[in-house]
Design a protein around this ligand. Structure first.
Ligand code: IVH
Length: 693
């Protein structure tokens, strides 16, 4: 597609690198006209529901406006749409009252308080008989209430102030492990309000931050913030693109069902397909305790596995197991008398900042990294921590020589929490990221709509090297014998300057390199050769298109099905890819309409890179469903898995109540039995084929 002429005119596109110098009055006139045009289109779109131009065209105009405003300081921007993007586009969430208040928990950092809690419960109930407690981790996420009517998901609310929450229904619908329909054999409860916690697993948090950083979007301080930021999005597409999970642990109002105990409640939840915490690598994460000592030992047991869990917890929650006793105990202020939490102290340490290094990433972003005297936090030595960007450094006023408190965000990423000002050396100065790229010495600038300084040189060796490292990396082309160091050497020796050059490398070139013997050269060439057979999703990810991470690339591949379709996509087709935001689709369009990028893809294909169709989605028939295949089937196991994935289904590795279907062939063994006891539906191969017919 060619851009409409009015956009080309307003972009002031520079043909053959030449611009006619515009005089200031022309710039002001263009700016005024653009502001007016955008205001009108925003009003048509947001208020009148009758847009006259596509989102893509709107974004192009907006980009031009931003560009003008960042280039010419004399423009009047106080009334510009760039100053109130959020104000125009964003509407607040609808509010809704909770039928039963969502309470908070009394908590402490001392396991001793668990002993006191047991005493208080007994005193209140005027009993000396042992009380049964249900113990589980205290999830460090955000509380959510999901309302099911007659077994069907109808609404989801955040906790809000406990009495009134925000309606996040559309976003919660995109969370994969939340069933839209409860698995009930008989009559479903008329009303069931399930309460629990929305979390982001540590690995998903790390991946998200990596992606945010590469795309100069704000990084999240920890998985909890990332989960909250992802859930409280006005655009459900963004929520859908983040991996969130839910654990159920309580009820609000309910009708048409009874629960005798907390334990029975979670058992029923699990049978109905609602996720509850179970165990991790053989360690059971919940327990029924009958004494104060057992409460304390649960606290310690969980503490010892805490850092191995895939998600963050910040303590344990102890609840009186019997719901009848819970009722007797009631509540005090905003917390129930029948539950308490004991938290783990955060793991932090002190150290000194020896220097601040500037790294240049593949998008040219200059990232400051604190180099610290090594210190141990939670059993792991920390010596480097990213400081993200200038805003972060200025906000915390981090300086070279400062003594700082460090911790591991998400239990993984080292993070500078704060500066101990009383220990600051007398001679110290605020740290400023330089205006020059430390690698190529070109000017480094902060683009108008970003918070990250970038090297302005598109040919900066650091940018190219990092892009090449990304291209060969495991999740991209997976050239497993070509590590970062080798990419640097290839670049420095002028052997590789762009991705296709990897496929032109010759034996003699490699043998001429220092310390490369016959055998290792063979291995390198073999790993390059093997990488040629790849998938479209990997290829798109490998190309390092801005705003397109691994998951996004897969979605693009699945949407278009072939490289040819992708390369000829129109802006409208790109903006219709499910779960790809506007920035992503604009960036994809910029990529495929750049002749240089097209030429590079041509070169790659001519050199023998091929894409198999493995990651191509045929239908959404199995979307949201999980499968486990067992026994002998008429097709190979791999083929069965492939078929499930092609139709949007997920493969699980064990039978649990989370499993939607067990596909059982001949001699299915114990899995079929287990599925039966858990109420998981089993399918024969033919029944399975019916599902995708
Ligand atoms: S039961 C208070 N169980 O902790 C009503 N809450 O500080 C009973 N939380 O708002 C809640 N993990 O969001 C319960 N396993 C768990 C929990 C848990 C985390 C949260 C919950 C609550 C907050 C109180």
């Amino acid at each position: 597609m060619t851009l409409p002429s009015f956009i080309i005119a307003s972009l002031g596109i520079t043909l053959f690198g030449m611009t006619s110098p515009k005089i200031n009055s022309e710039i002001i006139a263009e700016h005024e006209a653009l502001k007016e045009q955008l205001r009108r289109h925003a009003d048509l779109y947001y208020n009148q529901d009758k847009p006259e131009i596509s989102d893509f065209e709107y974004d192009q105009l907006f980009k031009r406006l931003l560009d003008l405003e960042s280039r010419y300081q004399f423009l009047e921007i106080s009334d510009s749409p760039t100053q109130k993007v959020a104000g125009v586009a964003l509407e607040k969430f609808q509010k809704a009252a909770h039928r039963k208040p969502m309470l908070s928990l009394a908590n402490s950092y001392s396991p001793q308080d668990l002993i006191d809690f047991d005493l208080k419960v007994k005193r209140f109930l005027k009993t000396e008989v042992a009380i049964e407690y249900f113990c589980e981790p205290k999830f460090d996420g955000l509380a959510l209430e999901i309302i099911y009517r007659n077994g069907v998901f109808t609404q989801a609310l955040t906790r809000g102030d406990g009495l009134v929450g925000e309606d996040v229904t559309q976003n919660v619908k995109t969370i994969q492990n939340i069933p839209l329909k409860l698995k009930l054999a008989g009559k479903p409860p008329e009303l069931l309000e399930v309460r629990g916690e929305v979390l982001m697993f540590k690995k998903d948090f790390l991946e998200l931050n990596e992606f945010q950083l590469e795309n100069s979007e704000a990084v999240f301080a920890n998985p909890r913030n990332a989960a909250a930021g992802s859930l409280r999005q006005l655009d459900p597409k963004i929520t859908a693109s983040r991996v969130l999970r839910f654990f159920s642990y309580a009820v609000g109002d309910f009708d048409g069902v009874t629960f005798a105990s907390q334990e029975e409640m979670e058992k029923k939840f699990s049978e109905w397909g609602l996720p509850v915490v179970e165990s991790h690598r053989g360690v059971t994460l919940k327990k029924i305790a009958g004494s104060a000592e057992e409460l304390v030992s649960f606290f310690s047991e969980i503490e010892s596995v805490r850092h191995q869990l895939p998600f963050e917890i910040d303590g344990v929650v102890v609840k009186v197991n019997s719901l009848r006793l819970q009722e007797d105990l009631g509540m005090i202020a905003r917390s129930p008398r029948w539950a308490t939490a004991a938290k783990y102290a955060p793991q932090q340490a002190q150290t000194q900042i020896a220097s601040i290094e500037i790294q240049v990433g593949r998008t040219g972003a200059l990232t400051p990294v604190a180099v610290m005297n090594p210190v141990t936090v939670g059993g792991v030595s920390i010596s480097h921590a990213t400081l993200h960007n200038q805003d972060e450094i200025s906000k915390k006023d981090i300086r070279i020589g400062d003594t700082v408190v460090v911790q591991r965000a998400g239990d993984v990423i080292p993070e500078v929490v704060s500066v101990i000002l009383s220990l600051r050396p007398q001679k110290s100065a605020p740290f400023l990221i330089p205006d020059q790229c430390p690698i190529c010495f070109s000017k480094a600038e902060t683009p108008a709509d970003e918070s990250v300084k970038r090297c302005s040189n598109l040919e900066c060796p650091a940018v190219i090297k990092e892009s090449l490292k990304h291209f060969v990396s495991k999740r991209a082309m997976n050239m497993d014998k070509v590590g970062d160091r080798l990419v640097e050497i290839f670049y420095d020796q002028k052997l590789v300057r762009r991705p296709s050059d990897f496929f032109r490398l010759k034996r003699v070139d490699l043998l001429a390199l220092e310390r490369q013997g016959e055998k290792s050269v063979d291995n390198i060439l073999k790993s390059i050769e093997n990488s040629k057979k790849t998938t479209l999703g990997r290829m798109i990810f490998a190309l390092g298109i801005r705003y397109i991470g691994e998951g996004g690339a897969k979605k693009v591949a699945a949407h278009f099905g072939s490289i040819a379709n992708f390369l000829k996509a129109t802006p409208e087709q790109l903006s219709a890819i499910p779960q790809i935001g506007d920035k992503g689709s604009l960036s994809l369009y910029a990529f495929i309409s750049d002749p240089k990028c097209q030429a590079e893809i041509d070169r790659l294909m001519q050199l023998g890179v091929t894409f198999d169709q493995q990651d191509i989605r045929i239908s959404d028939k199995l979307l949201g469903k999980s499968f486990l295949v067992t026994g002998a089937l008429p097709v190979k196991r791999d083929e069965a898995h492939h078929l499930i994935e092609q139709h949007g289904g997920k493969i699980l590795s064990s039978v649990s109540s989370k499993l939607s279907y067990l596909v059982a062939g001949e001699d299915p063994g114990s899995k079929l039995e287990k599925a039966g006891t858990l109420g998981v539906q089993s399918l024969s191969w033919l029944e399975f084929l019916e599902l995708i017919k």
